[in-house]
Design a protein around this ligand. Structure first.
Ligand code: E4P
Length: 220
């Protein structure tokens, strides 16, 4: 399973990269705005800065919503760095743009997936990734994990190579449950990833080991 971090914050990306388990980054216009990144030149520089930190898979989202504009924007984003994956929204022109971009060898991430039918369409168009938004479904009392399970079944039925990128992850249990269901990738905040480290028995166990070692070393 791949781990992506869902942020445009360079410090957090560096911290996740230092942990040694990071496979990529997803950004979106809201996350870029949160970091105060506006204007074409700044946006471009920021994507390049992210690409300089991680090994691959930097999702950069198009802002336009028509086929021609999305293709133009997607091609420009892809030219910035070979690590860029063009993120395209699940709308009619977005599906057409995914088909076009993938035919040109440009990797795509179809975002804002909330149903299995949307995921199927994106896979047929040749998306590299589909991003079902788990947390936002859970937020409206709909089972986000069921969506992951349904997409996994459909993709396996037909052998679609499109990878399931479970997005809108809220915490460590989402990650573990996505792993159990066979999601290919999760993207979440740094806090969700580092929360996987935690178990109280690990803390008490380590304290005991160190105390026993100290006692033995002191000859007690
Ligand atoms: C997906 O790539 C999105 O950036 C993201 O996961 C959305 O998550 P949110 O619901 O926490 O905003």
């Amino acid at each position: 399973m791949k781990f992506f971090i869902d942020t445009a914050n360079l410090d957090q990306i560096k911290e996740a990269q230092d942990l040694g388990v990071l496979d990529g980054v997803t950004t979106n216009p809201s996350l870029m705005a949160k970091e105060g990144i506006t204007g074409d030149a700044n946006v471009t520089a920021h994507y390049k800065a992210i690409c300089a930190i991680v090994d691959d898979n930097v999702s950069a989202e198009v802002i336009s919503t028509t086929f021609d504009e999305m293709v133009k924007e997607g091609e420009a984003l892809a030219k910035l760095d070979p690590k860029i994956v063009v993120k395209v929204p699940m709308i009619k022109d977005g599906v057409k743009a995914i088909k076009y971009l993938s035919s040109k060898g440009i990797r795509t991430n179809c975002t804002l997936i909330f149903s299995a039918g949307q995921a199927l369409l994106a896979a047929k168009a040749g998306a590299t990734y589909v991003s079902p938004f788990l947390g936002r479904l859970d937020d409206i009392s709909t089972d986000g994990l069921q969506l992951i399970e349904d997409i996994r079944l459909i993709f396996d039925n037909y052998g679609y190579p499109t990878q399931i990128l479970a997005a809108s992850i809220r915490g460590p249990l989402h990650i573990v449950n996505c792993a159990k269901l066979g999601a290919d990738v999760i993207t979440g905040p740094l806090t969700a990833i580092t929360a996987l480290l935690k178990h109280p028995l690990t803390d008490t166990g380590l304290a005991q080991f160190l105390a026993d070692h100290k006692k033995a070393a002191e000859g007690k």
